[in-house]
Design a binder for this molecule. Structure first.
Ligand SMILES: Cc1cc2nc3c(=O)[nH]c(=O)nc-3n(C[C@H](O)[C@H](O)[C@H](O)COP(=O)(O)O)c2cc1C
Length: 420
């Protein structure tokens, strides 16, 4: 009976434990979580989603306050096109987060950064270039291009001195998305170092429509691997989405995968950036408590716990402070929905908005509880304390459970109270 530890993820010269902890914005995949993966010989991710908010919280910068003050005059205007990010500040915030993380790195693994294209930030090309350049300059081991097709992203950094030495990967949910990416980038003569194939059971935004349930990760992975073989392309393939046990992972390795990307099981670890009371909500969730909906202004379906306080909340758009989802013309689908409700309820102190959510504000405040489909199984991965709460796990415990378990088993932690 094979264990995940019987395999290795090879990326260039590096040999890694084939476990990648996926990026989880806004600072849910914290530095501490990513660093544990690296210490244990795998790959961890930090995320650059809402980076200025993250550095304000973690490193006591004041970027959000400064931006809010600069654009205060615009708060009542539905037109957010003038609300721009200061690119030097964006680079500095990225540098801070990456350097603080990389300075603490131990072990033989690696730390990557998750960069979502859908964070269009009212100047998609310029802001993405700054984010990518700054992360590479600050010494990140690799960049995972996520949430978007990223057709032009390699070209944005082709002149960066680390373009050929840093690990660069892409997340796709279909063979077609991968083919498009490779075709667009053929002239650069630089293949991605890995391809994460994210299936329909993943957390966060989905690369599928609302018909996501008709797709199956193993089928997409097999299709991509068959095509790559025919094209004689040798790029490590890393399946993601619903890989809950070491045995699930071994199944993919036996198909020829190079490693697996996992996330949901780490949402209930001590190192995860979610507040501890919200980790309890993840533990408690049953299958019926989880939905895929269309309230993200990005236009992608998103999976979340139905009780997320951000669902239906009609907060005033906060683009002067945040504005990460403003498109190239300063528009966000939430602003449109909010204005519609305000117009329909004259004089109301607070409106409700159900078709879209102010994702920046609510992700910042941990009020949209995005999660993988198998979140309902988390309660079976730990023990309960006498007060009824679920015991948080260590990232090391979960990582090693993936690495060493067999026969679909999930190792439970020792009950801390009994040990004390
Ligand atoms: C709480 C949470 C937040 C996530 N946020 C992001 C994100 O910001 N960017 C991204 O590319 N993927 C995101 N994901 C997807 C994960 O990186 C990963 O690919 C996927 O969830 C793996 O499936 P699993 O959760 O079933 O293990 C998120 C997943 C979760 C659970």
């Amino acid at each position: 009976m094979k264990r995940l530890d019987d395999f290795r993820l090879r990326m260039g010269q590096h040999e890694l434990v084939p476990i990648m902890i996926g990026g989880m914005g806004v600072d849910i995949s914290s530095s501490d979580l990513a660093l544990e993966a690296a210490r244990l010989g795998g790959v961890g991710h930090i995320s650059d989603a809402m980076i200025k908010t993250v550095t304000d919280r973690r490193y006591k910068t004041k970027y959000v306050k400064a931006k809010q003050a600069q654009y205060k005059y615009n708060v009542d205007s539905p037109d957010k096109s003038t609300v721009k990010f200061n690119l030097a500040d964006l680079a500095e915030a990225t540098r801070l987060h990456v350097e603080h993380t990389m300075d603490r790195k131990q072990g033989s693994g690696m730390v990557f950064i998750n960069c979502m294209e859908k964070l269009t930030m009212n100047a998609p090309r310029d802001t993405l270039k700054v984010r990518l350049d700054a992360a590479l300059s600050a010494g990140i081991d690799g960049v995972t291009l996520a949430a978007g097709l990223h057709l032009g992203s390699f070209a944005l950094i082709e002149d960066h001195p680390r373009f050929r030495d840093a690990k660069l990967g892409i997340i796709v949910s279909s063979l077609r998305a991968l083919q498009l990416f490779l075709k667009k980038n053929a002239r650069l003569n630089r293949l991605p170092d890995y391809v994460v194939v994210e299936g329909p059971l993943a957390g966060g935004h989905l690369g599928f429509g609302m018909d996501w349930a008709q797709y199956d990760l193993a089928t997409i992975v097999a299709e991509i691997m068959t095509w790559m073989k025919a094209e004689q392309l040798d790029i490590p393939v890393i399946p993601a989405g619903g890989i809950f046990t070491g045995s699930d992972a071994v199944g993919f390795m036996e198909m020829g995968a190079a490693g697996v990307q996992v996330a949901t099981r780490f949402t209930v670890t001590k190192e995860c950036g979610l507040p501890d009371d919200i980790k309890q909500e993840y533990f408690k969730a049953s299958e019926d408590d989880i939905e895929v909906n269309q309230i993200s202004p990005t236009g992608y379906p998103m999976r979340m716990i139905k009780a997320s306080p951000g669902i239906g909340d009609g907060i005033r758009p906060n683009c002067e402070a945040y504005g990460y989802l403003l498109d190239a013309n300063g528009k966000c689908a939430y602003i449109t929905s909010w204005n519609r409700e305000v117009a329909a309820h004259p004089g109301a102190k607070r409106v409700q908005v159900f078709d879209k959510t102010c994702l920046c504000t609510h992700m910042r405040n941990f009020e949209i509880w995005t999660c993988g489909q198998l979140t309902w199984r988390l309660k079976d991965t730990t023990v309960k304390a006498t007060d009824g709460s679920y015991q948080l796990l260590s990232a090391e415990h979960v990582f090693q459970d993936y690495q060493f378990s067999t026969e679909q088993r999930v190792a439970l932690p020792e009950l801390a109270e009994a040990a004390a």
